[in-house]
Design a protein around this ligand. Structure first.
Ligand SMILES: *[C@@H]1O[C@H](CO)[C@@H](O)[C@H](O)[C@H]1NC(C)=O
Ligand SMILES: *[C@@H]1O[C@H](CO)[C@@H](O)[C@H](O)[C@H]1NC(C)=O
Ligand SMILES: *[C@@H]1O[C@H](CO)[C@@H](O)[C@H](O)[C@H]1NC(C)=O
Length: 370
């Protein structure tokens, strides 16, 4: 019997009717609650989509930058050639001419908290490189994960976002750079570092070691499931193996992960000065320190800060970058970057150890073809 329907109970007491009234009200309340619940679930879907809409908007560069811009079109006034007369580059919005291409290389970094002028200037030093080659630049501005782990979180966010796109629209490689890097040679395209296909199509990560082991201030990673899982793995070592001491937190997490058999064979250790060199020693005539960038290197990484002079050093090299001197700002064809990269992969192919190759190649000066 449905208690809501009035029943034939002529002798029902007032108390009983009241109880029935209460039951009715309760029933309506439950119905209303159910309705609210259903609405809530639908609404939550809105919330979820709002979240997922928020992520791509953080990555809005990816949709805005649909490919290499018409950098070399005759109407374009930005010079790709350096000059020695101290004139500064003139950044301008080059992302306005849509093409059917999707960028294949992207760059990412993180800098959050109150804007710190030296670091903002260092990040800005990448702009010309991005403009010349059409690289989207994804800059994390929120502290995603406690400690320094936002790096992993952000890379996973970007790679995850790319993997959710049709394959032909995805980025293929990402360059991560810490915010303390100054882009020195905007004429170096990132694709020269990509391991030759198909012999090395299993290499998904290009990293450099310094004397303390892995230096993950700058590295290149292929956008694929392997990479997504690698960073998930590195990110969760703390939880799964708390007994492992991570001396350099997220850097050690990544170092620990890539040493493991599951990942190790897909990682290549390349000469540090290819894209992660430290400031050159300007006192020396020829600085062949393996850890140091050379004139013409892609960038300088200001990793060590023991003397507290990092901001000044970054400002100094930032000025040299802005001055676009031909010593640093050199077309890749005029350098032996590519020959060296070819030699590197050839020797890897022959079975030489990364350590040996890097010791040899990394210590060379660069000759210019001018
Ligand atoms: C670009 O260069 C052309 C010719 O040199 C000049 O007429 C034009 O005003 C310049 N445009 C901009 C935006 O500077
Ligand atoms: C300096 O460089 C700018 C831009 O390339 C050029 O227009 C200008 O003529 C140069 N000035 C001198 C003195 O070489
Ligand atoms: C950059 O160029 C300006 C103008 O020529 C010069 O005064 C300055 O010393 C240069 N900066 C560096 C760090 O070389």
């Amino acid at each position: 019997m449905d208690p809501i329907l009035p029943t034939k109970q002529p002798y029902a007491s007032r108390g009983r009717q009241n109880r029935r009234g209460t039951a009715l009200i309760l029933r309506y309340c439950i119905l209303a609650l159910l309705g609210l619940l259903v609405y809530g679930i639908c609404d939550q879907r809105n919330v979820l989509s709002a979240v997922s809409e928020h992520i791509p908007s953080a990555l809005s560069h990816f949709s805005e930058v649909q490919g290499p811009n018409n950098f070399n079109s005759p109407n374009d006034n930005i010079s790709t050639t350096p000059n020695d007369n101290g004139s500064q580059w003139a950044p301008k919005d080059l992302y306005t001419s849509p093409t059917t291409h999707y960028p294949k290389f992207g760059k990412c970094t993180a800098s959050f908290g109150d804007p710190d002028p030296p670091y903002e200037a260092a990040i800005a030093s990448h702009a010309l490189h991005n403009e010349i080659h059409g690289y989207p630049h994804c800059i994390l501005r929120e502290h995603m994960i406690r400690g320094l782990w936002s790096k992993h979180g952000w890379i996973m966010t970007i790679i995850g976002q790319e993997l959710a796109k049709p394959e032909e629209q995805r980025l293929q490689w990402l360059l991560w750079h810490d915010r303390d890097t100054v882009l020195m040679n905007p004429q170096i395209p990132l694709d020269i570092f990509v391991p030759p296909d198909p012999e090395f199509s299993h290499i998904h990560l290009l990293v450099t070691n310094d004397r303390n082991g892995l230096n993950n201030g700058v590295f290149m990673v292929r956008v694929n499931q392997w990479a997504f899982k690698l960073f998930a793995s590195a990110l969760s070592i703390r939880e799964y193996q708390p007994e492992i001491v991570l001396k350099y937190t997220e850097q050690s997490g990544m170092e620990e992960a890539i040493k493991r058999p599951w990942w190790a064979s897909n990682v290549a250790y390349v000469p540090q000065r290819w894209f992660n060199g430290f400031p050159p020693d300007t006192e020396k005539n020829e600085d062949n320190n393996r850890a140091h960038s050379r004139e013409g290197s892609l960038l300088i990484h200001f990793a060590s800060n023991r003397d507290g002079l990092r901001p000044q050093r970054m400002a100094h090299w930032g000025e040299i970058a802005r001055n676009r001197t031909s010593a640093w700002d050199t077309p890749v064809e005029l350098m032996l970057y590519q020959e060296e990269i070819a030699e590197f992969w050839q020797r890897v192919g022959k079975g030489e150890s990364y350590e040996k190759i890097n010791k040899d190649i990394g210590g060379r000066m660069w000759s210019f073809l001018e």
